[in-house]
Design a protein around this ligand. Sequence first.
Ligand code: IPE
Ligand code: IPE
Ligand code: MG
Ligand code: MG
Ligand code: MG
Length: 326
Amino acid sequence: LIDELSEIRNCIEERMIEILGRISHPRLYAATRHLVDAGGKRFRALIPALITSAIGSGEEAGIDLGASLELIHTFTLVHDDIMDQDSLRRGRPTVHIAFDEATAINAGDAMFAVSMEALADSPHIRAEHAVTLVRAVAGMVRHLSDGQQMDVSFESEEANESDYLEMIAAKTGSIFRIAGWGGALISEADQNSCQKMEEWGIQLGLCFQIIDDLIDLLGDEEATGKPIGSDLIQGKRTLVIIHAENMLSSGEALALSKVFGVKEDVDPDDLRSAIAVLQSCGAIEVVRARAKQAHEEARKCLEVLPQNRWTDILIRLTDLQVERSI
Ligand code: IPE
Ligand code: IPE
Ligand code: MG
Ligand code: MG
Ligand code: MG
């Protein structure tokens, strides 16, 4: 699937580099290129272009919207790695490690700013839609910031399943949501279709983040390019932790407590044992079932699109989110 989409990806990546060209300071510019050049799956980037292609209108605008959203996603990763104290991303040292913390914060801000400028300036987006989109994208980042703050708060506060779902809908769902809704909007789709594609984005975002949290536990560092067990070490209340709290024996809970929220100097054997108890207690299956539920919901929303090759690709992209291991 990813190979099939290489032509659109190349277009979007060229647009992203062009947008970053607005940044003057050489070291700041280099810091913004660091993570962009490291690759990434570009899922969010592809969504508006796939929707506009499926509907058959506004394809160029779809590329522009995708490029801006992907750069905003990249900016949030730069700041997220400072917040989560992670030093590996896309198989490379994170921006605050490769450069320094001050430059990474500034690079994130600069990426956000040029993404908004590019969106407002896009020659392919009608003026009327540009105003609506710029407002929606600013609201998206506000929502995402709320979610990231909830994520940080949950390191020291209790959280239940509904708190967790609210948090991930905000920190992760918000970009998928605007990618889906915005793709339909610039295709001049009717209000019902825009709403359905917005709902598709929300559900896909939930599925995506639930699976991402499983990958943090069960994934392979070589393949993901991210540190395994980071959420445990950092003390993140993911859905697995929320369910495991009621499923672990006292001995198992002790094994988990040796690494959970310890933040640094974790023994790799202790980390492996903690992951093993989470696997054996059955919490992983419960969580995977919740991801599948969101996937089903997302799948239904796609019925609003015309049947064609592009819609088939969107269906496969939706299915990929429950099956992915990177
Ligand atoms: C990482 O997103 C941040 C999350 C919301 C989990 P991706 O897994 O899409 O990261 P890249 O862009 O492919 O590196
Ligand atoms: C990231 O969530 C969400 C945003 C960047 C807004 P995570 O912190 O779980 O993402 P990874 O695992 O570092 O990619
Ligand atoms: Mg993180
Ligand atoms: Mg985080
Ligand atoms: Mg994660």
